[in-house]
Design a protein around this ligand. Sequence first.
Ligand SMILES: NC(=O)c1ccc[n+]([C@@H]2O[C@H](COP(=O)([O-])OP(=O)(O)OC[C@H]3O[C@@H](n4cnc5c(N)ncnc54)[C@H](O)[C@@H]3O)[C@@H](O)[C@H]2O)c1
Length: 308
Amino acid sequence: MPGHLEGKNVAVTGGGGGIGKAIALACADEGARVVVADYGVAMDGSSPSSEVADAAVAEIRSRGGEAISVAGDVSEFDVGEQIVAAACDTWGTIDGVVCPAGVLRERMLFNMTEDEWDAVIAVHLKGHFNIFRAAMARMRKQPTGGSLVGFTSGAFTASTAQANYSAAKGGVVSLTRSAAMTAASLRLRGGPAINANCIAPVARTRMSENVPFEIETGEPEDIAPMAIYLMSDAGRDVNAQIYTVVGRRISVWNQPIEVRTMWAGGDRWSPADIAATLPGTIGQEPNPFIADLERRMSEMAAAKEAES
Ligand SMILES: NC(=O)c1ccc[n+]([C@@H]2O[C@H](COP(=O)([O-])OP(=O)(O)OC[C@H]3O[C@@H](n4cnc5c(N)ncnc54)[C@H](O)[C@@H]3O)[C@@H](O)[C@H]2O)c1
C-alpha cells in the first residue's frame, strides 16, 4: 500500500531529536523524502553539532528511505531558505514543512534577561517565520501547493516561569493563522491549495522531563501521525486549526472570538461606569492555566520537599 506522503518532499526542523526525529522517521516511512534540519543543540540552544541531523538521516537511509541534512540555526533568516532550497534543488519541490525545533530558557518574567527573551523568541517565532516564508514562496508557484505545520504548546495560553516561551508559542499560533488566511486568499484567486495548521504536542522528551507537576503525556511517536495527516492529500482542506496531540488524544482548539459585549449608555464608557457594569455583565473569561495554578504550585512544593 502506498504511504500517505508518497512522492512528497518535506522538511522537519528539529528533525534530529525528540518529537521532530519521530516525525522525520515517520514521514520517511510514509514515502516522503525528508530534509532533516537540526542545529544539534542542548536544550538551552548551546553547543551546536551536525551529528544529530546526520544521525537521523543515516537512520532513515538504513530503513530504506531518502533524506538529507541541513545543520543550520532556524533562527537565521537564510537558513529557512537553505532548508527549503535543499528539498527543491535535490528533489524538485517542497510539499510540506514541519517546525518542532525549539529551545527553553526558564525564568520568572521579573528576572528574565534580554538574552533569555531574545533566544527563545528567535528560535520558535522567527524560526517559524523563516521556514514558512521560504516554503510559501515556493508552494504558491507549485501547482500542487503544500502544507505548513507549526509547533505551538498549550503554554501559549500562559506560563508562570516561561513568559518568553509562552509569548513565542502565542506568536506561532497567530503566525500560523495568518499563513492560513494568506493561503485561503491565494486559493480564492485560483492559486494552489496550501494549508497552515499548528500542533500543540505533549510527549516524553528531554524538554518535558523536568516539568515539576503532573502532566498528561505520551511518546514522540504519538505526534507524528497528525503531522503526516496535515501534509497528506487527505488533510489538505484542513486550514487555520490548532490541534493538541498527546498519547491517544487529539483535541481541536477554539478560534479566538469575542464572547460577550456591553455598550455605553452615552458617547463612551467612563472608568466609573465600567467598574459598576463590567463585573455583572461581560465579566472575565477564565484562563485554564491560571485556574490550575493552585494544584501545580502544591505539586511543585511537594516535589521540592521530597527532594530535600
Ligand atoms: N515535549 C513536550 O511535551 C512539548 C510540549 C509542548 C510543546 N512542545 C514543542 O514541541 C517541539 C519539539 O519539542 P521536543 O520536546 O521534541 O524538544 P527537544 O529538545 O527534544 O528537541 C528539539 C530539537 O530542536 C533542535 N533545535 C533547537 N534549536 C534549534 C535551532 N535554532 N535550529 C535548528 N534546530 C534546533 C534541537 O537540536 C533538538 O533536536 C518544540 O517546539 C516544543 O516547544 C513540546
